[in-house]
Design a protein around this ligand. Structure first.
Ligand code: C2E
Ligand code: MG
Ligand code: MG
Length: 422
């Protein structure tokens, strides 16, 4: 029988027991390796969980046979497809190569890349932060398919420090309003007028300066704190709306970005309802933007959330369609009112050079139509792009061409004017 210190599936140590044992190992000359299997979720989807489990067990066996020579070696499965090894630094690279080649040779028909991140702890490092660093090195090559292992370096340390800063100061940044929202106009192409605006979070920190959403959003998602930001951003939007309403100023519908994690981390529907009711905002004035990834296994929670929002009278929009994270597959699982075509989708095609590119864009648009959804193009920057989008019948567009994110009152000063709000 396995003891509770061991992972039930693979027999390797669990995260806690690994930390516990590694704490007592004080010898120098060690390396921590973080292994992660590429596209494991996709593998599960394609071949089923049983084969997924078999692969994990196989990796555990290969790690066991490769790293077994030394009594200092500790082998663990931290979660899902994340394995961690504490081993001798001198042989670490050679052993990683062996593991990767072995796994590869067993599955020649499927591309299975077991990425590895390496960190050499110094005497003062504790084991948890050593593992974090090895993970950071492993994550850093996720998109670089030409290498399969990477050593931690100081640039990553800065990234880690910023991540830590973001997590440590989020509550203060919310309390003191270092985080604000700006609004980017969305234009209806048939009238050329502004019909909606997207609320985008901005973090201007007195110590760290401007922290971009590209940095704080992924960090907050990774550490499951994103709901705090999203609920707060929603409150700011509601407050702006109420201020204008009380002054008798014109208003327009606003879309807010939610993370799919919000549906797991809090009762996001109740949070939004509370904010919206407190400021007397009609639900038809709010749109919810969600980016869904093709890799998600469980669609139930999000699906229920989307359907509930829609039944209550909120529009729900799919963000970043075609960005690589979300695509056609996602459309069959959920009902959206509008699809936002990611700017990469449009910029990736040179519409003047390729007939094929035009077919791809217009057939995706056609498909949105057939499913009864509106189509919005993001990232419009030039006359040429705008003309093309109009010619194939996009409903709406957004991008620097019409305006960068700005204060809400500035939107109402733009020359193109606002569509009447019914
Ligand atoms: P998104 O929702 O797809 O927002 C569009 C992003 O594209 C914004 O970047 C916007 O400033 C930028 N953009 C708009 N037009 C153009 C253009 O013509 N050219 C170029 N190059 N860029 C353009 P931003 O504000 O940096 O936001 C990045 C992402 O961060 C957003 O992508 C969204 O996914 C996320 N985000 C922002 N605020 C929030 C929030 O409050 N909650 C959540 N969960 N995510 C947020
Ligand atoms: Mg968005
Ligand atoms: Mg987007």
């Amino acid at each position: 029988m396995l003891c509770p210190n061991n992972d039930r599936l693979t027999g390797l140590l669990t995260r806690d027991s690994f930390h516990e044992r590694a704490r007592n190992i004080t010898a120098g000359g060690l390396a921590v390796v973080w292994f992660n299997l590429d596209n494991f979720k996709m593998f599960n989807k394609r071949f089923g969980f049983e084969r997924g489990d078999d692969i994990l067990k196989e990796i555990a066996l290969i790690l066991g046979s490769t790293f077994s020579q030394d009594s200092l070696n500790l082998l663990a499965r931290f979660s899902d497809d994340n394995f961690v090894v504490l081993t001798d630094w001198a042989t670490v690279e050679m052993n990683i190569d062996t593991v990767q080649e072995y796994l590869y040779s067993l599955h020649e028909n499927v591309t299975l890349r077991l990425r590895a991140g390496i960190y050499f702890p110094s005497e003062n490092d504790d084991i948890r932060s050593s593992c974090d660093r090895a993970k950071l090195a492993c994550d850093s090559i996720r998109k670089n398919h030409s290498v399969s292992s990477c050593m931690f370096h100081d640039g990553m340390s800065r990234e880690l420090a910023l991540q830590q800063y973001i997590l440590d100061t989020l509550d203060t940044a919310i309390l003191r309003e270092y985080i604000s929202v700006l609004y980017q106009p969305i234009v209806r192409l048939s009238t050329g007028r502004i019909c909606e605006a997207e609320a985008l979070a901005r973090w201007n920190d007195p110590e760290a300066g401007i922290i971009s959403p590209g940095e704080f959003i992924p960090t907050l998602e990774q550490y499951r704190e994103i709901h705090k930001l999203d609920v707060y951003a929603m409150k700011l939007v509601c407050r702006d709306y109420r201020t204008r309403n009380e002054l008798g100023l014109p208003i327009l519908p606003v879309s807010v970005n939610l993370s799919r994690l919000d549906f797991e981390l809090c009762d996001i529907i109740r949070e939004i309802e509370t904010a919206v009711k407190a400021c007397k905002i009609p639900r038809r004035m709010m749109r919810i933007e969600i980016t869904e990834s093709v890799n998600e296994e469980d669609t139930t929670v999000l699906n229920l959330g989307i359907e509930k929002f829609r039944a209550m009278g909120y529009e729900v929009w799919m963000d970043d369609f075609g960005s690589g994270y979300s695509s056609l597959n996602v459309l069959k699982d959920y009902n959206f009112d509008t699809i936002k075509f990611d700017m990469k989708f449009l910029h990736g095609f040179d519409i003047n050079k390729s007939e094929k590119a035009k077919y791809i864009i217009s057939s995706n648009l056609e498909m949105a139509r057939l499913m009864g959804m509106q189509a919005l193009a993001e990232g419009v920057e030039t006359d040429e792009q705008l003309e093309y989008l109009k010619s194939i019948g996009f409903d709406k567009a957004q991008g620097y061409y019409f305006g960068k994110p700005m204060r809400l009152d500035e939107i109402f000063l733009l020359e193109r004017g606002i569509d009447a709000v019914k």
